[in-house]
Design a protein around this ligand. Structure first.
Ligand code: ADP
Ligand code: ADP
Ligand code: ZN
Length: 214
């Protein structure tokens, strides 16, 4: 199979993680989420643990920390057939950094209305232990409050609380949104209507992937 490097962008709560997981399974390439990696580092209180302060405020973590984690991850053997990147780049300078290392084949932009984004963020619950994502209404676990995969407790992310959500949306508008124009000019931007339900969005993405792999 030829190498395929995909980026999924969209506002917080758009469904980037959910759809990236599907793409990863379908194409057999790793799902690389800078948000997940940063949360793991904060849980483990590694040298990058101070990232948590920025995340809990809804601010972007400094590039130095993010680059050190991402660059290391991209060097792993499992990226030899490509990767699906979720949560990176977050601004133009991160996009340039990535460009200096990897060629990007497609940037899938999940287009989701603000009211849906808010509903998805406030109802999101994640597993305390393995990080798997659920939603109170749209993707409830089999047993309330418990992870389907590992049986641990489901919790709300600190940054999914109301006041932090506003700050994250502001950062998205100011910093991340301009990436769409950046990638459109390069001819790799592909917009998908992310307002539909999880299966419907996945079907649209799958069709699109089949088309550009052809
Ligand atoms: P992101 O990675 O963009 O922040 P997630 O994939 O974590 O987004 O999704 C945010 C929340 O919305 C999760 O609780 C997830 O289960 C739910 N969700 C994801 N996609 C959809 C969808 N198409 N319709 C309804 N809920 C969704
Ligand atoms: P969401 O998809 O809901 O926005 P993420 O899990 O992608 O959430 O990111 C959570 C937080 O992690 C961000 O608000 C930010 O503080 C930090 N973060 C994730 N990716 C990056 C990045 N590429 N650059 C800087 N900060 C990041
Ligand atoms: Zn779990």
């Amino acid at each position: 199979m030829k190498k395929v490097n995909i980026i999924v962008i969209g506002p917080p709560g758009a469904g980037k993680g959910t759809q990236s997981e599907r793409i990863s399974g379908e194409l057999g390439i790793p799902h690389i989420s800078t948000g997940d990696m940063l949360r793991q580092h904060s849980d483990l209180e590694t040298e990058h643990g101070m990232a948590r302060d920025y995340m809990d405020r809804g601010d972007l973590v400094p590039d130095k920390i993010v680059y050190s984690i991402l660059d290391h991850r991209l060097k792993k053997r499992d990226t030899e057939n490509g990767f699906v990147l979720d949560g990176f780049p977050r601004d133009i300078s991160q996009a340039r950094h990535l460009e200096s290392m990897e060629k990007i084949d497609a940037v899938i932009s999940l287009e989701v209305d603000k009211n849906n984004v808010i509903r998805r963020l406030t109802g999101r619950r994640i597993c305390d232990s393995c990080g798997k994502t659920f939603h109170l209404d749209y993707k409830p676990p089999v047993k309330e409050g418990v992870c389907d995969k590992c049986g641990s407790d489901l919790v709300q992310r600190e940054d999914d609380k109301k006041d932090v959500i506003e700050q994250r949306l502001k950062k998205y508008r100011d910093k991340t949104l301009p990436l769409k124009e950046f990638y459109r000019k390069k001819g790799v931007l592909r917009k998908v209507d992310g307002n539909k339900d999880i299966e419907a969005v996945w079907n649209d993405i799958k069709e699109m992937i089949e088309e550009f792999l052809r």
